[in-house]
Write a protein of this length. Sequence first.
Length: 241
Amino acid sequence: MVSTTRAEPPRATATEPLPSSQLAGAAPIAVVGCALSGLISGTFYALVPAWMQDAGIARETIALFMLVAVLGGLAFQVPVGWLSDRFDRRLVLAGLSLGFAGIAVVLLHVPRSLSTVLPPAVLLGGFMSTVSPVCVAHAHDRMPADRVVAVSGKLILLSGLGSVVGPLIGTGLMAQFGIDGVFYFMAAAALTLAVPAASRSLSTAAPRHLDRPFEILAPQAASLAHDPLDAGNEIPSPVTS
């Protein structure tokens, strides 16, 4: 079906590269937050299931624990997004980071039974999965609207680098301190974001949140993919019998 369509793909537009120093200067909290978010999530998803399997925990229990964490991240998207649109996003980031650090420590001290571990896992996944989206939104508030793609690309790269570094550091800690070292490592990383996010929120004014209209383009609006100069030379639609 795709090969038989008469619509042309959108023409690629040339975009100027975004220097990393410009992004770091405009939104340092977003840069640090995305890197630490990737570090935390990479460590959690790579090492926690591996430790649970080495500890002899049933695979069904491991799968349920990870599922609950993912569902917690899904459930937190709407309320955290609502909060970040109405308050300083850096304060929201500080709250999410403090919440994650607290739940990570709590998980180490509750009885390791399924009924006591699953509720904190929901909160842990919720706090962990919403840090990066709020960081991206904060960066877009600080940067021009025409740099959305470049900003998002830079932040995704930083998150990916963090997700590579996190398991490498966490593996060494797990070898020496077990799973306790991994959770303390993730909690320390979260606190590393919470402190500067809160301090920057108190020292500098928050940017004004801009409400941009969201429009859905109809699939049949193929003429938008053509150059305006070629509007008079449109390809006729196929004749139906």
